[in-house]
Design a binder for this molecule. Sequence first.
Ligand code: ADP
Ligand code: ZN
Ligand code: ZN
Length: 817
Amino acid sequence: MGNFIDVIIPIPLQKLFTYSITEAEFDFLKVGMRVAVPFGKSKIYTGIVYAIHNTAPTAYEAKDIHQILDDSPIVNNIQLELWQWMAKYYMCTLGEVMRAALPTAFILESETIITKNKLRLIDESTLRDDEFLIYEALHHQSSLKIHDISNILDKKNVLPIIKRLIDKEAISVEEEVYEKYKPKLVRYVKLNSKYASESSLQNLLEDLNRANKQKEVVLTLFSISAKTKKPVKVSDLSNESGASSSIIKTLIDKGILEEYFIQTDRVQYSGDENEDSKNLNEYQVKALSEINACFNEHQVTLLHGVTSSGKTEIYVKLIEDVLDSGKQVLYLLPEIALTTQLVTRLQNYFGEQVAIFHSKYSSFERVEVWNNVLENSAKAQIVLGARSSIFLPFNNLGLIIVDEEHEQSFKQFDPAPRYHARDTAVVLANLHKAKTLLGSATPSLESYFNAKQNKYGFVELMQRFNDVLMPDVELIDIKDKLKRKRMQGHFSDRLIEEMTETLREGHQIILFQNRRGFSPIVECNTCGHSPQCPNCDVSLTYHQYRNQLRCHYCGYNMAMLQDCMACGSQDLDNKGFGTEQIEEEVKILFPDYNVGRMDLDTTRGKYGYEKIITALEQQEIDILVGTQMLTKGLDFRNVKLVGIMNADNMLNFPDFRAHERSFQLMVQVSGRAGRTEERGKVLIQTYNPHHNILQQVSTNNYIDMFKEQMNDRYNYKYPPVFKQIKITLKHKDYNRVETASIWYAKSLKQVFETNVLGPESPPIARIRNQFHKNILVKIPKEQSLSKTKEAIIKINNSFQSIKDFRSVKVILNVDNF
Ligand code: ADP
Ligand code: ZN
Ligand code: ZN
């Protein structure tokens, strides 16, 4: 009988791997710790200990682990349970979940290479014996691997020693493994201890009488420490005394001041005292008490509250209660809604207790939040984050809020796990015996359906805060306007009229166009040819700003053409329009006003998005043109008019959720108009003003939209009535993917009969040179979901064992959002 561990490795393997450990390791290791393990011929991976036991594997001989990377677990049992649920539900491997869950800084990919730090001469007498051995070895060899160091010291856990050598700046690490994360150090100063006595201090100040600036610095240091009673940062000292850093350095060099460093978190709140939360109005009070009542019976409650009804203030009250009971809160938002606006609002109430987690954060920052959550630190009682924050190591969750729960960006498309953060959050909350509140002005059909079925609690809030009226929505028939020559470019006379009026009153305008770039199709008027992406089956979009044609699927780009590639004609025309073109037209129509644009092209970089929002808040921008980025929970006081340039391309999008999404998008973007006092105005331009969705948007009639869409979903067996799993096959050779998908669909049909659709080529049949085929499995309510998945996995395994199909990539997308 030996000692073994099962390890999750961050690669798509169906099974866990078992490794052999020593008696001492058996006593030391705990589930959730990281270990470095050998894999294959020469690879080393970071794995997570999943189980510790005494059963040797039967199929292979267990290898020894390489080393232990942690002193205590970095992943807890609830997380492992969640990972397991995700792997099973979303039909992927635990390794794939692990890779998505852990900050990359936690994952060692290959052997770390250690070299001597040539920039620094080390006094060898300061090194301990084991440190010296390594340092010495580096005189003879330019680099060492961790594995070599283990051999030199005859010891497995050498990381603490390496860490000490790094701290002493004796060595550096090429592919930093465990030390990818470097805490940020802040420079502090204090008075040298030799001036601790009254008399020596007196002498010092007298000496400094000849160096006024320096004396000033020392006196400022006293006054700051007297005031704050905390260590004094060099930056504060320099700010308050007005002294340059060279003066401070002189004082340090003279031995009057001493510098030292303290580790600090990168992401820090530096605000003042916390504000009290707002008194709720009567509707909010009622909604809050209903939510609490629902929580007595339901684990999940849906809050359907119109835009600007004050949902956030209700969340704040719920959060206060949960914090009082000593538990943690997770506040989930779509990435794009994680703006300074909301962050500041919550920090005003909860100060340092708020931690923020999203993809624009560096790996360092993510590790910090991870550690703070793991330690249940006071700094991470409320985590405000995008979808991946469901992976944080909570140990004591009391509440999860999923705001804008209808947002499709909660679903991860690529790579696996293809999870939906809202649905996973419900499972996570259950594991913690916590509650989940879903909030939206335009709930997903799924959540509203669950509420109607009494699976979720349900609360409505139909009054806007301050009783501001819902915006007045007007539909504009562009076909008619064109016929009567009442269009200037893409602007109807009505839109121009309203814009003129709004600007004259000193209010701001948002124009929504769901496409970026200048125009999506460039067409030759002579032969009809339009330039296509060489890698994908789509037309290239013209971006005027860079004078380029670009593919929005693979990023391919080329210079704009002077003449047609097919016939050489110079008569090229633009079809369709994007945000760039609208921006340009607005500038010509309203030359005296400032125009801004918000889309993927203008918001790259960490603060790109923030800058535009601030400019709008500060009223530096009068008219903002943008894509759906505009719709997400922004609160602008002075925006009175919203123009939707063209509703039709959203409505005609080939997807069974297109109508639901168009409704959500238009209602949300309309909600940006007139959020305070004055009623806002929304103009929607369309070729089809009688479309039911547009009628429902203009009357803000969610219920009608819900009923009508649900009808379709029943009739065509779509979610939420039926569950679905979409299977996508990809290959660069069309014939191969076709044969493979026919085989796959046929096998599925033997089991699921008529509930299998396809194979079909999607509207864009080729992306990045890969041909796609889709197969859809529809699953009736009464059919076991887990049995269905088992059957699919069986078919998938047989598929993979066919030689010809092995190179075909298969993607399983559960729920198909
Ligand atoms: P929602 O999240 O439903 O769109 P918000 O919570 O953003 O609505 O509220 C809309 C506006 O009304 C915000 O500016 C908010 O500060 C204000 N507000 C909401 N509730 C209150 C309240 N009880 N007291 C004062 N202001 C409030
Ligand atoms: Zn041509
Ligand atoms: Zn492309």
